[in-house]
Design a protein. Structure first.
Length: 64
């Protein structure tokens, strides 16, 4: 799944997974790169060449 700069700029610390996935228009297949306890890390490719984003959720909340 790809993420745009506009989508990324709408994300704020403390957002729930549901709020983030609504902005990203879905969770994305294979986006989970790490999971340990209540910490889950997602990775997304950017639409621009070489761009990417890693999003970490702790306790279900975004912690960039």
């Amino acid at each position: 799944m790809e993420i745009t700069i506009d989508q990324f700029n709408k994300l704020e610390n403390g957002m729930t997974k549901e709020q983030v996935f609504e902005i990203l228009e879905g969770e994305g297949e294979g986006a989970v790169i790490s999971e340990s306890g209540d910490v889950v890390m997602y990775s997304y490719d950017g639409k621009s060449l070489g761009a990417n984003a890693s999003l970490m959720f702790q306790g279900g909340k975004l912690d960039e």
